[in-house]
Structure formats: C-alpha cells, structure tokens
Write a protein that binds this ligand. Sequence first.
Ligand code: ZN
Length: 241
Amino acid sequence: MRGVNECFINLDIKFSCFSYVSIIPMQIVHYPHPALRFKSVDVQQIDGTLRKVVRKMFDLMYEANGIGLAANQVGLPFRFFIVNLNARPGNEDEELVFINPVLSKRKGDVVGEEGCLSLPGLYGDVQRAETITIEAFDLSGQGFAMDLDDLPARVVQHETDHLDGIMFTDHIKEGEESDQAELELLKFVKNFRDAQADKLFVVDEALQASVQAMADSGKISADFLSTPVHKLTPPEINREE
Ligand code: ZN
C-alpha cells in the first residue's frame, strides 16, 4: 500500500500526481477499462517475465473462480490467454496457455450462457461455433493445435475475442436480454467513472497511453508485476434467475 498524493512511474510513462488511496499490484480489470477494447499485438518473445505473469494470472483467475483469462484483462495488450476448465489449482496439466492463438474451421452454431471476470455477476446467452480448431504456442515456445467442442470451444472463442477487444456482451442479440445487459453495463461504467472522479483510478487517457506504450514496446516490462495499479470494486448486480 502506498499513501496519498504519491507519484510513480508506470511503464516509462510519468503520470502527473493523482491522489492515490488504494494501490495494489497486477489485478483483473473491469469494464470499461480501455485495455478491454484494445486490439492486442502478437507476443514477440516467450521469456521469464511472461512465465511469471502467466503464473500470477492463474492465481488471479483461481481467486475469481474463473476458467479463462485473457492478457488484456490484466491490462496487458498481448495476444495470449490462459484456461483451466476446473477453475482450481493443483494439477498443472490442466493449465493451458495459448500464445498468439489462431482459430479456424468454425463449424455449427450453438447458444450457451457466458460470464466474464471483467464483468463479474453479469451473464448472457451467446451464439458460438460448435466446434473449432485452435493453433497457438505454449510457454515453452512449442506450437500446437487442438480440435475443440463444447465448453472448451466456447472458452477459447470468448478469450480470443478479448484479444480483439470484443466482450461477450457484444454478441448478445437484441431484445429483452440485450436491454438487461445494457443496464448492467451502465452500472459498471458508473462505478468506473465514479472511481475516476474520486481519483481512486486514473483517467482513460492515462490508462490508454500505458496500454499503447506496452504494445509499442513489443514486450512486457520487467517491472510490470511490481508496478502498482488501482483497485476498483465491481458494482452489485442482482442476477435474475
Ligand atoms: Zn471474459
């Protein structure tokens, strides 16, 4: 924790002084954080920093009871995501890392419910390809391909969308469910803007500049894991069953 009115240098960009109240390291960012709308760039090098970031992402994902997490959901504008369909630690064989993924051979259509760690508490029905092939690199730099269906196919489509700045709510068809999702999204926007107004969170331009600087540099800054960011609490959402 740092005190108030403290300046710091974030990824070589020196921001002007804001009043900081609560500062914590790498975290899952929530809508409408600009990183979630960023079209991520390819990973150029698989190194120790990337491996450390991936380890931390798994920890954050498990804390949030998630099964998938894309890099831009922790503010990193690079094309990789992680998956563990069991949503709990213990078996590293269940932990999958997809670096520079490419989807192909989309077949069939199937509708299923999705949620997102960047929109906690919000759920909606999304149409996806029923089966899909994904090619990617793993953490050792080895290329691999998988033919997927059911939940794994849905998860990799959801996560690959993130890398292109697409949220699952963008796919919800017009109608009552879409209207409901819009209302819930407004709560996230209000929460985010209120936090910025209270100077608990930096302005969009600074966040965007930070993300762009990382994308331009082509690699994850070595101090990314220790660079403090701001905590933001998601809004209360009442789920109608
Ligand atoms: Zn998501």
